[in-house]
Design a protein around this ligand. Sequence first.
Ligand SMILES: Nc1nc2c(ncn2[C@@H]2O[C@H](COP(=O)(O)OP(=O)(O)OP(=O)(O)O)[C@@H](O)[C@H]2O)c(=O)[nH]1
Ligand SMILES: [Mg+2]
Length: 244
Amino acid sequence: MKRTEILDKIIIDKGDKIALKNRAQIDKAGVLALNLIGSPGCGKTTLLERTIAELHDPRAGSVPLKVGVIEGDVQSNLDRDRIARAGAPATQIQTGGACRLDAAMVEKALPQIPLDKINILVIENVGNLICPTGLKLGEHLKIAVISVPEGDEKPAKYPTVFVRSDAAVITKIDLLPHLDYDLDRAATDCRKLNNRIKIFPLSAKTGEGIDAWIEYLRRLSGANRPARRAPAELKEPRRTAEQK
Ligand SMILES: Nc1nc2c(ncn2[C@@H]2O[C@H](COP(=O)(O)OP(=O)(O)OP(=O)(O)O)[C@@H](O)[C@H]2O)c(=O)[nH]1
Ligand SMILES: [Mg+2]
């Protein structure tokens, strides 16, 4: 192993230990934790605003679920303020230049979120489709977010996030009539990379497709209550040799 590779490994191992500590804290509270990964402007915060509205104030017959959010950006508190306006506890990490969050940043941010009062913690990673994919933060699941204006070839060109994610949200489908975007191609390419990935085409603006996404979160959140933790979805998905 080269010296730089050894240093990288030491850093990643240290980060993984902190991620495990974060995860233990999150599990103790019976909270489901998601790491949301997508390019700048793909629609992560808008998806969260819609998700918070649907889960906090559900239609008759469903129990409300409370969401807390750790926002990650290079600079500014803009996304934290949006989430706070949507009615969820939120805190902001400013990386000061780094293109992804790491477990130590999340460890510092966790005390700002009342884990005992929420069901789902979402960590919105820094807008980037590559850098955030390699680091564990303490989440149960990674969720990839891509959007129609980015183009349908994104899964083929940026495969790693789709290999490592449990679900892919394809957002801004309200723009499909205006753009040459082949939804089937994007979905097929995601499944070629990861045959267990769940795909949710939706529009956070119009609400089309949002029900399936909300139902998915409800099911996962129920599965992470302490008494019934660790069903298949909450374990690392098994990869084929090609996907590793
Ligand atoms: N038409 C349409 N526009 C959307 C949708 N979702 C988000 N947008 C718009 O896309 C732009 C970026 O949305 P954000 O939610 O801020 O994107 P983001 O991924 O959080 O951005 P960063 O945090 O900077 O990485 C905004 O102008 C949103 O209004 C959607 O479903 N349809
Ligand atoms: Mg955002």
